[in-house]
Design a protein around this ligand. Structure first.
Ligand code: KG4
Ligand code: ZN
Length: 337
């Protein structure tokens, strides 16, 4: 059978990415990060759109060149339709549509959060594929969800955050500590040399399988404010312990509901997805769930944070299903599933 070659394009937030996949294998996965936001303590939507605009052509060009293919070999163009920043999405969507007309190849519309889950289905030598059905804890800068995955394209959200996402909790905590954006990876780094029991922060245990992280931010704010009253050097002197304690609290909160979901559904295969799955403590704690029939899956590091390989794999399954996109589809800033 002729192999399926998909070009994936991602532009939902602050990474411009393009990837080429052939039969679920990644031939290339090019990511351009946008450092312009660092100075602002968060992603500035208009600056993101402008950076996507200047990155998209070279990124797509180099993904095709690195894959060693000709443009005509592409069978379909999969692009992030939503959810995300509307201006950022429009850049990727317009580019994908233009290329679809020029190459006369179909489009595939991709849900960014479902694509994070599908990172597990990329055929990579050192990546195990989860057995179906499984529970996926999808944790990113904008979303925190427990997803019941029946098949690659059959996903149901059974729990989600009522306020801040886990990545947002990491980033906002980091901001309070004076760390630059995105703070998640920096909290992870500092936590390695810190004591996770040194400071205690509340774990919000609301009903059902939902999460809440907004109380944590307030608790950290008060802790820092009180600490600074005693010692103006409080944050600097305790940075590692503060980071370790914050990370410990966020990860414990995430695992509390994941364990509850395992009990309630009886599904013992669990997986991580989304940018926060790059977190070292979360990765090791989910692997500790292994045993008693439980199996845990952690995606390869490069497929955790936003990337186009995950958009391409989603495109692969949709291509097989024959579900193609339309030129008049508008990108969607919000998109529940
Ligand atoms: O999935 P993603 O790349 O983009 C969104 O779709 O939001 O996730 C980005 C989020 C950011 O909040 C970032 O701080 C967080 O993932 N993140 C981490 C780590 N690496 C990325 N959070 C904690 N520890 C990390 N190592
Ligand atoms: Zn994402």
């Amino acid at each position: 059978m002729k192999p399926i070659t998909i070009l994936g394009i991602e532009s939902s937030c602050d990474e411009t990415s393009a990837a080429v996949l052939r039969d679920r294998r990644v031939l290339s996965n090019v990511i351009a990060n946008q450092e312009v936001h660092e100075a602002y303590g968060g992603v500035v939507p208009e600056l993101a759109s402008r950076a996507h605009q200047s990155n998209i052509l070279p990124v797509v060009d180099s993904a095709i060149a690195r894959a060693g293919i000709q443009k005509q070999e592409i069978d379909a163009i999969a692009y992030t339709t939503g959810p995300g920043l509307i201006g950022a999405l429009m850049v990727g969507s317009s580019f994908a549509k233009g290329l679809s007309i020029a190459l006369q190849r179909p489009l595939v519309e991709v849900h960014h959060m479902q694509a994070h889950v599908l990172a597990h289905f990329i055929n990579d030598d050192d990546q195990r594929m989860p057995e179906l059905p499984f529970l996926c804890l999808t944790v990113s800068g904008g979303h925190t969800q427990i997803v019941l995955v029946r098949s690659p394209l059959e996903q149901e959200v059974i729990g989600s955050t009522l306020d801040d996402a886990a990545g947002e909790a990491f980033d906002k905590s980091a901001k309070i500590l004076g760390l630059p954006y995105p703070g998640g990876p920096l909290v992870d780094q500092h936590a390695k040399d810190g004591d996770p029991e040194r400071f205690s922060f509340p774990i919000a245990d609301i009903s059902g399988l939902d999460y809440s992280f907004s109380g944590l931010k307030t608790a950290i704010l008060y802790k820092v404010r009180d600490g600074l009253k005693q010692d103006s050097n409080f944050v600097k002197a305790n940075l590692n312990d503060l980071c370790a304690s914050i990370q410990h609290t966020i990860v414990n909160t995430l695992l509390l509901k994941l364990k509850k979901a395992i009990e309630e559904t009886g599904i013992k295969h669990v997986a991580l997805a989304g940018g926060v799955s790059a977190n070292s403590l979360l990765r090791s704690r989910i692997l500790e769930l292994e045993g008693n029939g439980c199996k845990a899956y952690v995606p390869k590091f490069e497929f955790c944070t936003d990337n186009a390989a995950m958009i391409g794999i989603y495109g692969h399954y949709k291509f097989i299903q024959g579900s193609f996109g339309r030129l008049d589809t508008a990108p969607r800033a919000r998109w529940a599933f």
